[in-house]
Design a protein around this ligand. Structure first.
Ligand code: ADP
Ligand code: ADP
Ligand code: MG
Length: 677
């Protein structure tokens, strides 16, 4: 086994590879661009080398430089992860020439599978079933059109060198063929530097089912069953699962054996994925082979209990496969959701920015949470593969994936409910994400009943992109609870003073008025909630609902009782913005605290004034008191609401001009204040 390897990648996959290395006692060298100096993968590895500018071509795609760095740091092998150089035969060759092991297949296998048309010609010889189509060398437009007419519409035009869902066009009828061909060729040339295309029958309502294969240098080749990756947007995977719902043992074996035949046909070594497109009746056809570790490999790990990166390392070090075909078993069901920084409501446009707040569901890090593996913390079977932490930035330079959320259950239903729970506990503030969309997706009738095909998202558009639900009383109640709690905490600054009335104050002061109105802004609207104090408790009214209300807060975690209903949620406050997370929803409310800014703005002039006419109901400081920024100084009651005037900065209180019970006019000075220089 290796002592030290270099990981020529970034983000979650670099961390993923490093985690296994750490477990196996292999030292790791991370590489990083200008944009990634503080990235998680750099901190996670034993050493790190700076390799250039932020743009991938200036860093992560610099094959020769990466090889040089591997040699310089004494690494014996390079793991390419996925993307970047993982399917670059020149890089694999370059490693070998430099005396380094490329942790991946031989260059010849990458080359054989690199062109979709050449791969199909090979597969044809290996008797692997192919989608009816044309994948020949002759690219004469008239010939291509004749082939399309022969195959029958709709057909799919594909860039032979394509990947990542790019360079594909559906042609509905012969008339549209020429225009589609021109545009696919243009895109293929621009994206892949090769305008060769193939034509194939476009299947309606197909499923994407792929087989994980593994081969070693001793002539062994096995399949680790299938993954269903049918849920896609723009031909890109969104949810993946294993095993595929509805798969019979017989079909599983047939697909597994076809995949092994495909791998053997190109002398494959290491981890690979053979992608098939399957009809609803179960018939399946070879689509392409990805000659690397796949993004969605964790679902296979969860159901087989195997660590595929460990297998990759062992095979690359010349060992035989750890298990034979008959030793491999499927245990339970696993789902993966790709959490992206993107806006589903704006055509899934990537979003960039800082992860200002990040809370994740309790995870059993790394392997499946089967019996005995949970370590006693959190629900079993939740795994998070991520390359970012709170405070990190999703930059425009790389893939906007935040994390992969992977869950395991004894069956699909159990995995599904775990996924729903885990998504509900995944909280991000700072950029838009697809979390709420994923929640709707996994909760949709189509996905729950495994009515899967690649058009699932489009077909269920209305259910998956509903008009925003109106804000309900439980969201408002959580926001109110958070406001009351923050006021309570501010007052507690004075708690050491046993005579302070605030030490004994309840949710708010009864003599300050039994009714309080709190206003929240959302999407240009103002929502109004009323809290009415009664002898035996308080009542919260919002819209046309009212219920007895009480709350209990522990930091961001809030429990509210609304009559007989108990609701748990989280509220993260950023200034006046309250991010309420409840039941899988994230609602951002602006707390319209009329005094919050008034006090601060006036404070700069050395005096604190009343923003509206009202009555002073408490004075917490004396002239000459030295206070820190945010210390509550005085409380006013105006329009049946209480308002705390706080110190706008660290400083010293001047003259106190009003006492408890006195009326104050709007704009009147309440106290003097001298900010510390
Ligand atoms: P999969 O079928 O595993 O999703 P894809 O071909 O879509 O495979 O790509 C795998 C991952 O690698 C994706 O997350 C994609 O964003 C990333 N990727 C692909 N090509 C590149 C590239 N040239 N540079 C950086 N990342 C890439
Ligand atoms: P890429 O290299 O971009 O991953 P693939 O050939 O694997 O390209 O195709 C990506 C996706 O496009 C598939 O997962 C499937 O959803 C869709 N697709 C590909 N071929 C067909 C086809 N013949 N009929 C219908 N859909 C297809
Ligand atoms: Mg593919």
């Amino acid at each position: 086994m290796f002592n030290k390897i270099l990981i020529a990648n970034r983000g979650e996959i670099a961390c993923r590879v490093a985690a296994t290395c750490r477990r196996l006692g292999i030292r790791t060298v991370a590489v990083y661009s200008d944009a990634d100096a503080d990235a998680r993968h750099v901190a996670f590895c034993d050493e790190a080398v700076h390799i250039g500018g932020a743009a991938a071509r200036d860093s992560y795609l610099r094959a020769d430089h990466l090889i040089e760095m591997a040699r310089e740091t004494g690494a014996q092998a390079i793991h390419p992860g996925y993307g970047f150089l993982s399917e670059n035969e020149g890089f694999a060759e370059g490693c070998a020439a430099a005396g380094l092991v490329f942790i991946g297949p031989p260059a010849s296998a990458i080359r054989a599978m690199g062109s979709k048309s050449a791969a199909k010609q090979l597969m044809e010889k290996a008797a692997v079933p192919l989608v009816p189509g044309y994948h020949g060398e002759d690219q004469d437009p008239a010939l291509l059109r004749r082939e399309a007419d022969r195959i029958g519409y709709p057909v799919l035009l594909k860039a032979s060198a394509g990947g990542g869902g790019k360079g594909m066009r559906v042609v509905e009828a012969s008339e549209g063929f020429e225009a589609a061909l021109t545009s696919v060729k243009r895109e293929a040339q621009a994206s892949f530097g090769d305008d060769k295309v193939l034509v194939e029958k476009y299947l309606t309502r197909p499923r994407h089912i792929e087989i994980q294969v593994f081969a070693d240098t001793h002539g062994n080749c096995v399949y680790l069953f299938e993954r269903d990756c049918s849920v896609q947007r723009r031909h890109q995977k969104v949810l993946e699962e294993a095993p595929a719902p509805g798969m019979s043992e017989e079909r599983r074996r047939a697909m597994g054996e076809a995949a092994v035949a495909a791998a053997r046909a190109v002398g494959y070594v290491g981890a690979g994925t053979v992608e098939f497109i399957a009809n609803q009746d179960g018939s399946f056809y070879f689509m392409e082979m990805n000659t690397r570790l796949q993004v969605e490999h964790p679902v296979t790990e969860m159901i087989t209990g195997q660590d595929l990166v460990e297998w990759q390392l062992r095979v690359a070090a010349g060992e035989a496969l750890p298990l034979a075909q008959e030793q491999l078993r499927i245990d339970g069901h696993a789902l993966e959701a790709r959490i992206y920084a993107e806006n589903p409501d704006n055509n899934f446009l990537p979003s960039t920015g800082k992860l200002r707040y990040l809370r994740t569901p309790p995870a059993v890090q790394f392997m499946r949470g089967g019996a005995g593996e949970t370590g006693g913390h959190g629900p079993a079977g939740v795994r998070i593969d991520s390359g970012v932490r709170e405070g990190d930035t999703i930059s425009p330079y790389y893939d906007p994936m935040i994390a992969k959320l992977i869950v395991w259950g004894r069956d699909r239903d159990e995995a599904l409910s775990r996924m729903r729970q885990a998504l509900a506990a995944y909280h991000v503030v700072g950029l838009s994400t697809n979390i709420a969309f994923l929640q709707r997706l996994v909760s949709s009738q189509a996905f729950r009943t495994a009515d899967l095909d690649t058009g699932l998202i489009e077909r269920n558009h209305d259910a998956l992109f509903p008009a925003p639900a109106p804000v309900g009383i439980e969201v408002i109640a959580l926001a109110v609870a958070a406001v009351l709690d923050s006021e309570r905490r501010e007052r507690r600054i004075d708690a050491a003073d046993r005579h302070s009335p605030w030490t004994h104050a309840g949710p708010w002061r009864l003599n300050g008025g039994a009714r309080r109105v709190l206003r929240f802004g959302i999407a240009g609207q103002t929502l109004e909630a009323t809290l009415q104090a009664e002898e035996r408790g308080s009542t919260l009214s919002f819209a046309d609902q009212a219920a007895p209300f009480s709350s209990h807060c522990v930091n961001d975690d809030i429990r509210i009782d609304l009559g007989t209903r108990r609701v748990h949620g989280q509220v993260h406050a950023e200034g006046e913005t309250l991010h309420v997370f409840v039941g899988g929803r994230h609602v951002a409310l602006e707390w319209l605290d009329p005094l919050a800014h008034a006090g601060e703005a006036e404070g700069e002039g050395g005096k604190l004034t009343a923003p509206m006419p009202g009555k002073v109901i408490a004075v917490m400081v004396e002239a000459g008191a030295s206070v820190t920024r945010g210390t509550p100084l005085l409380v006013m009651e105006a329009m049946k609401m209480e308002h705390t005037i706080s110190a706008p900065a660290d400083g010293v209180v001047g003259e106190v001009l009003y006492g408890v019970g006195e009326q104050v006019g709007e704009g009147e000075q309440l106290l003097g204040f001298e900010a510390k220089a």
